[in-house]
Write a protein that binds this ligand. Structure first.
Ligand code: SF4
Length: 239
């Protein structure tokens, strides 16, 4: 079942290994919730994209699960794809046959990762780092800004992803219940996202900073285009 967020974009999803819960288990993870509830979406999530899509689009491997879980299977299944990138939240991105996006959740499971000495020298090899924004309290934004400054030192692009909630968030200020793709969620308002982006842009001093889905409220990959742009940019470094 296609992910409607990706409709009309040049991206297509594939989770090539056996579907199971992501062990990092960030609160309110849409993927883990779908696994728990065995939704119709999750029943199709491992389906291989069509041959046409594989030949004409960029395959986004493991959006939801993690490319380092059953990594051998993931690499075997995807090695020959013409265009692909890998998602992981586990700081082992060396050796994948394509660019890698590292997702971190500051204050939850990602913040400590940048201290792993073995990984630091290779940060510049990342396609980008996806930094989750769990709430917009000043405390959270200070931690996130510190995280972004770290990646700025290595010229790694950062994409902010605002988390959405099924129940009222712990810190609801700046959030509202609204439709997102197919479901109603507690989401940050456009004003919250704009204000947060402006503050982080200023505090974290990182010019290569983006917001997943942009700041205009559309949120679809086809209008955002950040993954695609950063994918092609990451390949330029290989030439
Ligand atoms: S950054 Fe843009 S292109 Fe990438 S997943 Fe988010 S909305 Fe889609």
């Amino acid at each position: 079942m296609p992910n409607k967020k990706l409709a009309e974009s040049n991206l297509v999803d594939w989770i090539p290994q056996r579907v199971k819960r992501c062990p990092l288990d960030c609160p309110e993870c849409y993927y883990n919730r779908a696994v728990n509830e065995n939704t119709e979406w999750i029943q199709h999530v491992g389906d291989r994209p069509s041959d046409v899509d594989i030949q004409t689009k960029i395959v986004r491997v493991n959006s939801g699960l993690d490319s380092n879980i059953e990594r051998k299977i993931v690499v075997e299944q995807t090695r020959e794809l013409p265009h692909k990138f890998y998602n992981t939240s586990i700081p082992q991105w060396i050796g994948f046959p394509g660019p890698v996006v590292l997702t971190v959740n500051p204050g939850w499971c990602g913040y400590q990762f940048h201290n792993l000495a073995g990984s630091i020298g290779f940060l510049s090899q990342l396609m980008f780092v996806r930094v989750l924004v769990a709430d917009v309290t000043q405390h959270a934004l200070n931690i996130i800004a510190r995280e972004i400054r770290w990646y700025a030192r290595f010229n790694v692009p950062v994409v902010l992803t605002f988390m959405r909630y099924t129940g009222m968030p712990t810190h609801p200020s700046g959030y509202t219940m609204t439709g997102h793709i197919d479901h109603e969620w507690w989401c940050p308002t456009i004003e919250t996202k704009r204000g947060t982006y402006a503050e982080l842009l200023s505090n974290a001093s990182h010019g290569d900073l983006y917001v997943c889905g942009g700041l205009e409220g559309d949120e679809r990959c086809a209008t955002c285009g950040v993954c695609e742009r950063l994918y092609w940019r990451s390949l330029e470094g290989d030439e």
